[in-house]
Structure formats: structure tokens, C-alpha cells
Design a protein around this ligand. Structure first.
Ligand code: PMP
Length: 434
């Protein structure tokens, strides 16, 4: 019996080659650390406040209302009421007529929208340009599709007169960006407003990218999940609205980020049918479908927002106002203790400089692990405060150039941000008292 069971044990390698080198995941590691040690979790990007009542009520109505068919499959490429209102909403924003059936596709969060794009467009040998720092899943997704990522960093320019840095001070070098485009380039992935820096790309920066896309006949995958979260009167500009770009751009959005309900996992893509038809092929052969009830509720959310567009009662007007205040609280807390914040123009993330805290967590020369990663682990274990190292948003060569920053999420209740402030204050006092 023993020899039989030994024979039955598999000996051949089981892992597909496409998974080589992508088994480690920063979120799995840091989410576990936060769950084990943190008293205040400003790590992973999700709100700890509830979604708006109108959205929750729409979900409850969908769940327990008369229409029991909402518990069954709906249209694979998007529940009809949701694609219809998304087409209307984005049609208005983009100033063009959108067909709900061909210009919009609903996905399982923005994550699956990204996956569909890379699978649909990237072939073996194709290059995809990624602007660093970037939402970390782009690189393994390009790799799984058989492509190669080509990185170009945002380069920080120190502000004058000792002022705090802004995410706008992190800029692309136009010549460096241009040098990354070649006949192998299939796509560029743009994320504005950007996670982790909160940078909102200016019209000039978007035009630079757009001109290169047109010149080299390159696609643009535009991850706009933080499109509503822009501050200080800044404007989120959709690259698809620039000359020559509609035809080559897929816009990606997320109800999770839009309506503070990240667990619902409803996302979408908007673009020309020429591109979306291939996303539909990937979708119908992978996820196929996403939860009908959640789609129905998000449709109601957008219907409401369409009617209130730009008005004071609109959630999309109110949310950024509340978040801007939270951003300012966190900026103050960090600045007061010398953990220099880079003021974000958008998103609910804030990156801070930890250089002045090196005496608490000494550098280990020649360590394989970037300094900020060791620092973030030390901080959650010793101070109970969870954040994410910035180096996690870089790949290869640049990982160690940007290793003295950590990212905080400020989509949190006032009490949570106050608790973070208390931790920082106490830490500062311990540092200064003899
Ligand atoms: N893109 C970016 C830039 C993100 O930050 C996130 C979520 N952290 C996603 C996509 C994924 O969004 P979703 O939760 O809708 O899948």
C-alpha cells in the first residue's frame, strides 16, 4: 500500500512557466502583517467608512425586491441597466455618443478589466510601457500575457524654499519617455490619478504621452479608478478625449473606488468597439460574468449621480471634499513629526519620506530587501501602524533608488486618522526625550 501511494504521488513539475517569478505578492504579505500587528491600518487602499446610504439601499432593494431574476445570471458583458447608464454617463463626460452594448463592458473590478486588456492586446515579444511608481499588478499581468514591461520613472524635482513636495513635482522626462517607444511597443499603461503618489497628470503631460502613442501607433490602457478623487480644484483629464486617442484607448473604472465599496468588485471598460470586442473574447472565456445584484445597485448609484451631476448633493462632489480634509489632517500629522509628506493632488493615498526616522530602524548595507520594506515591517510590529513601502511600486533597477518612502491610505474615519496621529506624536516624543 505504501509503495502504491508513493507511486501515485506526482513528480512532474506542476507550475506553468508563465507563473515563474510572480508568486510573491506584496499585498498578501503586508495585509497579513497588518492583520497580525496593526492597531491602525493605513496600508491597503480601502475606506473604513461606509458607502453612501443610497447605494446600500439600492443593493438591499435589488437583493430582496420582487425581481428574483436579479439572483440569476445577467448579460455576460454587463447587466443592461448598468451598461446603459455607464454609456450615458461617460458619453456626457467624453462628449460622444456611446453604445451601451459595444462601447462598455462590465468586469469583476478594475482588476479584471486590466487582466482582459493585457490578455487581449499583448503578444509574445510585445513591450508595454509602465510609468513608475505603478500599481504593482501591471507587471505580472504583462508577463502572464507573454509581454515585456519597459519602465520609465517619474522623477522627483525638489521644491524650492523648503516647501513640502507635491505629487506634481514627480515628472516624466520627455526625452526619456520618448526613448522607450519603439516598433516593439504595443501599449502604454497610464494611471491618472496615480496610485501610489496621487499624481494627477496635467494636460501637457497627457499630450506628450498621446503624441507618442499616435506617432508609434500604440494603444493606451488608461486606469482611471481614482477619477473622482482630485483635490484643490484640479481637473481629471481623460486621455481618450485628446486628439487621436479615442480610437486607441481603453478607459478602466471601478465602482469600488467611485462609491467606497471596494468589496463589491464591479469595474468597467469604456472604449471603441474595435478594442472592446477583444476584451469581450477574454471575458467570455474567463470570468464571463459578475454579480448581478451588485451591478443592479451600481446602476442605481450612477443613475442618481447622473441626475445630480455637478450639484452639491452629488456623492462624486461630496466624497473628494471629505477626502481632501482627511488628506490635510494626515499631511499635518506627518509633517509635525518630520515624516515629510508628498502632498497628493488626487487618490486617497499619500507618500511620505521616512529618511528622518533612520535612527530607529538602522540601514543594513547590502540587504536584498529595500530599506522602506524593512521599515514598514518594523513600524507595524513596533508601533502598530501599517503602511506600504514605496519600493513595492517599482520593479528591478529602480527599486533601490526609491526606498525611503512609505504609502499611507487616508480614506479613513476621523477616529482612525486621530489614532494614527497619536502613534506618530508618541513616537516623536520618545525620539526626542533623552
Ligand atoms: N487600479 C488601481 C490603480 C488600483 O489602485 C486598484 C485598487 N487598489 C485597482 C485598479 C483595482 O480596482 P478594483 O478593486 O475595482 O478591482
Amino acid at each position: 500500500l505504501l509503495s502504491l501511494s508513493l507511486q501515485a504521488k506526482m513528480s512532474r513539475p506542476v507550475q506553468a512557466r508563465r507563473l515563474e517569478g510572480i508568486d510573491k505578492n506584496i499585498w498578501v504579505e503586508f495585509v497579513k502583517l497588518a492583520a497580525t500587528y496593526s492597531t491602525v491600518n493605513l496600508g491597503q487602499g480601502f475606506p473604513d467608512f461606509p458607502p453612501p446610504d443610497f447605494l446600500k439601499e439600492a443593493f438591499v432593494r435589488a437583493l430582496s425586491g420582487e425581481n428574483h431574476m436579479l439572483h440569476q445570471y445577467t448579460r455576460a458583458f454587463g447587466h443592461p441597466p448598468l451598461v446603459k447608464i455607464l454609456a450615458q454617463f461617460f458619453g456626457k463626460l467624453l462628449g460622444r455618443d456611446l453604445d451601451p452594448m459595444t462601447n462598455v463592458m462590465v468586469t469583476v473590478g478594475a482588476y479584471q478589466a486590466l487582466f482582459c486588456c493585457f490578455q487581449a492586446f499583448v503578444d509574445e515579444g510585445d513591450e508595454v510601457i509602465i510609468i513608475e511608481p505603478f500599481f504593482d499588478c501591471y507587471e505580472p499581468m504583462v508577463k502572464m500575457a507573454g509581454g515585456t514591461s519597459v519602465f520609465v520613472p517619474l522623477r522627483p524635482i525638489a521644491p524650492k524654499d523648503g516647501k513640502l513636495m507635491s505629487s506634481a513635482d514627480w515628472q516624466l522626462d520627455p526625452a526619456e519617455l520618448a526613448s522607450k517607444f519603439s516598433e516593439r511597443t504595443k501599449a502604454i499603461i497610464l494611471n491618472s490619478p496615480n496610485n501610489p503618489l496621487g499624481k494627477v497628470f496635467s494636460r501637457g503631460e497627457l499630450e506628450l504621452i498621446a503624441d507618442l502613442c499616435v506617432k508609434h501607433d500604440v494603444l493606451c490602457i488608461s486606469d482611471e479608478v481614482y477619477e473622482w478623487l482630485v483635490y484643490d480644484g484640479k481637473e481629471h483629464i481623460r486621455i481618450a478625449s485628446l486628439r487621436g486617442m479615442w480610437d486607441r484607448t481603453v478607459i478602466i473604472g471601478s465602482a469600488g473606488k467611485t462609491f467606497s465599496a471596494t468589496g463589491w468588485k464591479v469595474g468597467w471598460t469604456v472604449g471603441p468597439n474595435r478594442l472592446l470586442q477583444h476584451l469581450r473574447t477574454v471575458h467570455q472565456n474567463s470570468a464571463y460574468h459578475c454579480a448581478t445584484v451588485a451591478q443592479e445597485a451600481v446602476a442605481h448609484g450612477f443613475q442618481r449621480e447622473f441626475e445630480l451631476y455637478g450639484k452639491p448633493d452629488s456623492y462624486l462632489v461630496q466624497l473628494p471634499k471629505e477626502l481632501q480634509q482627511k488628506r490635510d489632517w494626515l499631511v499635518q500629522s506627518l509633517d509635525a513629526v518630520g515624516m515629510k509628506p508628498i502632498i497628493p493632488e488626487g487618490t486617497y493615498f499619500l507618500v511620505a519620506d521616512i529618511s528622518e526616522f533612520k535612527s530607529d530602524v538602522p540601514d543594513v548595507p547590502d540587504s536584498d530587501e529595500p530599506y522602506d520594506s524593512r521599515f514598514a515591517k518594523w513600524m507595524v510590529k513596533n508601533k502598530g501602524l501599517a503602511a506600504i513601502p514605496l519600493s513595492a511600486f517599482y520593479c528591478g533597477a529602480h527599486k533601490n533608488n526609491y526606498n525611503h518612502f512609505i504609502r499611507f491610505c487616508f480614506a479613513k474615519e476621523e477616529a482612525t486618522l486621530k489614532a494614527a496621529n497619536d502613534i506618530l506624536q508618541k513616537w516623536k516624543q520618545e525620539k526626542t526625550s533623552p
